[in-house]
Design a protein. Structure first.
Length: 82
């Protein structure tokens, strides 16, 4: 089975980035650079996680517009795990 990998990451210098077919760099503080000067005071990977959330929302909205998918259409297929 062939699997395409799209990686959202703070760095393209990793073994996973080498395997991914698509790599999107999102700015954020890396959890691996402990003690080094970084752009955010937020702890660990919080800034990156927020960036992924916003990127995902923007991508979803763009796709909805491109494909003509409405929010009620999405709601029909949305999983509720509560």
């Amino acid at each position: 089975m062939v699997v395409d990998v799209w990686l959202l990451t703070t760095t393209d210098q990793s073994p996973l980035a080498d395997l991914a077919q698509q790599v999107t760099l999102l700015p954020g503080k890396s959890k691996d650079l402990v003690g080094e000067e970084q752009a955010s005071v937020q702890p660990m990977g919080s800034l990156f996680e927020q960036s992924v959330w916003l990127f995902g929302d923007a991508l979803t909205l763009a796709y909805m517009q491109f494909a003509g998918v409405s929010e009620p259409d999405m709601r029909k297929r949305h999983a509720n795990l509560e």
